[in-house]
Design a binder for this molecule. Structure first.
Ligand SMILES: [Fe+2]
Length: 237
């Protein structure tokens, strides 16, 4: 999907974020994203500033922590859509979720109780950072069998993949698509996450990019500004 651009100085140009953010915690009061509408609007403004035209709202769905239902998310997205229109902000919002890789997700797949997006019917799901959960490959298989495209969130973050690239290749072969957090490309060489994001990109294994933005804070502001100025530094293979 992304073709590598090598500059004259030999450095690789980081991928462009494009116009769609497929991973964003923009909805208010539903997970660890903004607590109120003001915070949601601040995120929306920042995304627009970056040139984003479409955003998939992907609140966490975790049984013990954020037991968000499909209906509740759809209601929130509808309310957010009205809020954006009323605020004069031109941002197309779609409903999605960031499902935790747990047994409950298998039940959801069995009941077709999922928020998928795009023609490919992407279902975004995340895993714990340290170890691959037992159910992960079963989730990928079940999603595919049910006609969805499994989309693993922020692949660069998982320690069990950083230390075992064969497993990354294996998941790809199983048909898992990879989402990478765009800000990860800006991380220094000392960052395992940054190095993993760049490695995935160089190997042509990045399917979709997202911001995974939770709030328009001091952390997100410089990122958005860098985006606008397109003054990213390149990197080496
Ligand atoms: Fe997220």
């Amino acid at each position: 999907m992304f073709s590598l651009l090598v500059r004259r100085d030999g450095l690789i140009e980081p991928p462009s974020m494009g116009e769609t953010d497929v991973h964003c915690h923009i909805l208010p009061g539903i997970d660890d994203g903004p607590s109120d509408e003001r915070g949601s609007l601040a995120i929306a403004r920042l995304l627009i500033e970056m040139g984003i035209k479409n955003v998939v709202a992907t609140p966490h769905v975790i049984s013990d922590l954020y037991p968000n239902t499909t209906e509740a998310i759809l209601d929130k997205v509808e309310a957010m859509r009205r809020l954006l229109t009323d605020s004069g902000l031109n941002l197309n919002i779609m409903a999605g979720a960031e499902y935790y890789a747990e047994g409950a997700l298998l039940d959801r797949i069995a009941h077709n109780d999922l928020l998928a997006f795009g023609e490919e019917r992407y279902v975004l799901f995340e895993s714990p950072v340290e170890n691959q959960p037992m159910v992960l490959e079963e989730i990928a298989f079940s999603l595919k069998s049910a006609g969805y495209t499994p989309l693993l969130a922020h692949v660069e973050r998982y320690r069990y993949l950083q230390s075992n690239f064969d497993q990354v290749v294996h998941l790809k072969q199983l048909g898992v698509h990879f989402q990478v957090n765009h800000p990860s490309f800006m991380l220094p060489k000392t960052s395992r996450r940054g190095e993993m994001a760049r490695r995935l990109y160089i190997k042509g294994m990045v399917d979709l990019l997202g911001t995974d933005m939770h709030r328009a804070t001091s952390e997100a502001q410089p990122y958005a500004q860098t985006q606008r100025r397109s003054s990213w530094s390149g990197f080496r293979k």
